[in-house]
Design a protein around this ligand. Sequence first.
Ligand SMILES: N[C@@H](CCC(=O)N[C@@H](CS)C(=O)NCC(=O)O)C(=O)O
Length: 225
Amino acid sequence: MRSLLFTPGSPFARAVRIVLDELGLDYERREENAAPGATETPTLQVPTFRDNALVLWESGTIAEYLMATYPHRPESALPLSDHMFRPGMEWQDKLVFSTIQTLGTAATTISQMTWTGVTVADNRHLQRSALKMMHILDWLEARLDDAETGFQPGTVSAQDIFFAAHVRFVQARPLGIALELDRVPKIRALLDRLDARASFVANPVWWWEPGVVGYEADGTPVFET
Ligand SMILES: N[C@@H](CCC(=O)N[C@@H](CS)C(=O)NCC(=O)O)C(=O)O
């Protein structure tokens, strides 16, 4: 019995949901509006994943577990990679993945601080977080061979999925960050291709700002009345 505890907005959880769909795995969706308490995880964060007696948190660990434990890849012109970290390329793939997670942490730090009253405009650490994101984008652009391939050519990788989840999260919130993706055309092309994939369409990222309490079926935000 598999289950995933997540909040609808979390980019880390969205990436895990996409990996689960890419693997064609069913799971119970434990969708909550707030992050969990310490009975679920000492990190107080989502996502948390359960597979029978095994309980995991940290989205990268969950994705690595899923990709290694479930070897079947559903038929696809561009399937999910067999490996989160390809044999012979482990260190390069790990470095790209950790750097992508640092981008995600910078984005969610800015988001969580913004909604608790401290914005990029008035905090130096958040300005540094935003600057970090721009440097990471430039570095990742240089890791892509061309506008037709992702971080692991010939497949869709966990790196692609987590990266797209983080960037689209930033773009779907009024955080005061302009990512200026026009200057990173290979990244733009990758994100557009991923948006069209069934697993991404099935796990959409929708606009959020304070006051949004739900969504219509087409993603139109529903505001608190
Ligand atoms: N390193 C964690 C980060 C997860 C994370 O930041 N989750 C956020 C939601 S996007 C959260 O639960 N925040 C609540 C908190 O930190 O108290 C992972 O990869 O799973």
